[in-house]
Design a protein around this ligand. Structure first.
Ligand SMILES: [Zn+2]
Length: 268
């Protein structure tokens, strides 16, 4: 299956998260990434209610955790972990499988040292998640700025070494970080052992430092049609393999619908 949906409550939604989920369904989409990027805005009871509605409507939920995380900075590790864990707890009650976050910034650290910090942080997070029996994956996102920890290879290494961590592929970030180049086939080869993928897609503006801002998808690179073809040729969209593609464009749900159309066209 290919699941599509917006990063955040649709722009057309007048109302709360529940209305947002209903709107996602009404639009013909089936995924929603909830934005806990500034705060975890649901309490346990409400999260259970929202999760039940999403389940009934077959809308797959995930969570984007706080933007204010840096597992590479010893002074920020504890507060970062707390922020991620708050999302994990409420995510569990929501039935959201993936808790997405940007692991941190290298600062002046050698990359291997930054790696060690992120790995240690993830291990400690997993211990806490497992102790609480929260059934969620820690989703480490490929990041868009060169100052950020999170090339695909770094993320995959963490995922190999810490159980319960999975890569979240932000195609636009990879494109921006590589100076406007992307090879979908190579990326999908690297993650072929994951039966289900959770990803982000949008257009993107970038400089030599990497990501500047997310853009509407267009006929410019990164081109969604190229990814769509690659996915379909690899059996995504059948019962064999699943992928969730979250739209992070400024017109979140419209671009999800556009992706849906492009996928349908490529299927014909
Ligand atoms: Zn992100």
């Amino acid at each position: 299956m290919i699941y599509l949906g917006p990063a955040g409550i649709p722009t057309i939604t007048e109302g709360d998260t529940i209305q947002g989920i209903k709107d996602v369904k009404k639009l013909g989409l089936n995924a929603l990434e909830m934005e806990f990027v500034r705060n975890v805005y649901l309490k346990k009871e409400k999260a259970i209610e929202v999760g039940k509605i999403a389940k009934d409507l077959k809308v797959k939920l995930s969570i984007h955790a706080s933007y204010f995380i840096n597992l590479c900075n010893p002074e920020k590790i504890e507060v970062s972990k707390k922020r991620i864990l708050d999302s994990c707890e409420i995510g569990y009650y929501l039935g959201a499988k993936y808790i997405v976050f940007h692991p941190g910034y290298y600062r002046r650290l050698p990359k291997e040292q930054a790696y060690k910090f992120v790995k240690k942080g993830c291990k400690e997070l997993r211990e806490e998640i497992d102790k609480n029996k929260w059934n969620v994956f820690l989703g480490l996102e490929t990041t868009g700025k060169k100052s950020q920890f999170g090339t695909l290879d770094e993320i995959l290494k963490i995922c190999r070494e810490v159980k319960g961590c999975v890569p979240i592929i932000d195609f636009a970030h990879i494109f921006a970080r590589q100076g406007g180049k992307i090879n979908y086939s190579e990326i999908l080869d690297k993650v072929r052992k994951f039966k289900e993928l959770h990803t982000h897609f949008s257009g993107i503006e970038f400089t030599e430092k990497g990501e500047k801002r997310h853009l509407v998808i267009s006929s410019n690179q990164p081109i969604f049609r190229e990814l769509a073809k690659e996915l379909l040729s690899r059996g995504f969209g059948t019962n064999k393999r699943d992928i969730r593609i979250i739209s992070e464009s400024p017109v979140i749900e419209q671009d999800s619908l556009r992706m849906k159309k492009i996928l349908e066209k490529c299927r014909d």
